[in-house]
Design a protein. Sequence first.
Length: 57
Amino acid sequence: MRHIFIRGILAVVWLAAAVVSGGSGKFALAALYVILSGLFLYFAYAAWKKENDKNGD
């Protein structure tokens, strides 16, 4: 369960970096950070879903 929380926290950090980057006018980096954030969120969700399916919830 710990890896799910870590991935979620990293997704939030990347999203914050995207906001800061977009605010400073570096839109290419902001787009990259949004993609990274989305990937971390996707993998956190996939791991959460896999763990719930394994437990029968």
